[in-house]
Design a protein around this ligand. Structure first.
Ligand code: SAM
Length: 317
């Protein structure tokens, strides 16, 4: 319930999705809510004028959604279906889909893999999609206090904590980077456009960035924007109002000093594993042809469960 509580309490998220549903739903539309959770977006779609909403959810929380739908007087217009939205069969194709499977750094809940399948299986040609696109951004971050905290700078206990530190850097950290210094303008490391036909184009970019001043790189930050409807964008960046996604911080094992003009690379991929969507990332810092730092990480390699360190990371959705 913790994760569902966090996202229900995110006013920015709910306002953007309500705005998008009001813009997209035409009177009488058949709508698919892919991953309905507590049913909140299904109810919003019904309130926006949908003729019928199919609300699909894989977890037992669907029983709570049933009560939410009832409490809002929409039971005659919302059909709740327990199952995997990728394989479930629906009685009819939908005029539009709302799919809030946006995880940390946009990708952590597998939307890039799942939404194209949902579009292909369940939508009429030309149906609208919320979100219509996803862009994941990254930038090198200077944030000494955050790095000291994550890398246990104050754990001077006379005990070698090397194994713990090696584990720490194989994990991403969900943090608020509003106070961080971005040492280079953010660049797009992943983009997908689901707005057109067939709605599955996506691109992955290595991110060549150039330090705009001298400083110290403590890690890389990542966040996303998603266009929910024309003119309605959900922005989870460090300079946008804070959301339940906050930002994701990938710490370097040690700070790397940089000069203006040094180049920085950050590459992010997400892959489904048995225990959820895993991230792999590569970080590089170079001065001309000289490599100052280069390493690859993966939380799939975090063999000892970092759950205790990832309280926040497990919290979303
Ligand atoms: C981020 S939550 C969003 C819940 C709700 N739509 C909201 O906006 O509050 C995503 C939901 O999708 C569900 N989900 C994830 N993958 C799914 C799948 N393949 N089929 C059905 N539901 C899925 C999760 O269990 C979770 O409840």
């Amino acid at each position: 319930m913790y994760a569902d509580h966090t996202i229900l309490n995110d006013g920015v998220r709910l306002a953007r999705f309500r705005e998008a549903l009001r813009a997209r739903v035409r009177p009488g539309d058949v709508v698919l809510d892919a991953g309905t959770g507590t049913g909140i977006l299904a109810v919003m779609a019904a309130q926006a004028g949908a003729g019928h909403v199919y609300a699909v959810e894989s977890r037992g929380i669907i029983e709570l959604a049933r009560d939410v739908v009832q409490a809002n007087g929409c039971a005659d217009r919302i059909t709740l279906i327990r199952g995997d939205v990728q394989t479930v069969s629906l009685p009819e194709k939908a005029d539009g889909v709302v799919c809030e499977l946006l995880g940390y750094a946009g990708l952590a809940e597998g939307i890039a893999r799942l939404l194209p399948r949902v579009i292909e299986s369940h939508l009429k040609p030309g149906a609208w999609r919320i979100p219509g696109d996803l862009r994941v951004y990254a930038a090198p971050v200077q944030h000494a206090a955050l790095h000291e905290y994550i890398m246990l700078a104050h754990a001077d206990a006379g005990v070698d904590l090397g194994p713990v530190l090696r584990e720490i850097v194989q994990n991403y950290w969900v943090e608020n980077l509003a106070g961080a210094d971005l040492l280079a303008p953010p660049c797009v490391v992943f983009a997908a456009d689901w707005s057109g036909e067939p709605g599955r184009s996506s691109l992955r970019q290595d991110a060549p960035m150039t330090a705009r001043r001298h400083g110290v790189v403590h890690g890389f930050g990542a966040w996303f924007t998603a266009e929910l409807a024309p003119g309605v964008t959900l922005d989870t960046g460090p300079h946008a109002p804070l959301t339940s996604w906050r930002q994701v911080f990938f710490p370097l094992p040690q700070p790397v000093p940089v000069r203006e003009g040094d180049t920085l690379g950050f590459d992010l991929t997400s892959m489904p594993m048995t225990h959820g969507e895993m991230f792999h990332w590569k970080c590089a810092v170079a001065r001309g042809r000289q490599t100052l730092f280069e390493a690859a990480y993966s939380n799939a390699l975090s063999c000892h469960s970092m759950k205790a360190f990832e309280q926040g990371a497990d919290g979303n959705s």
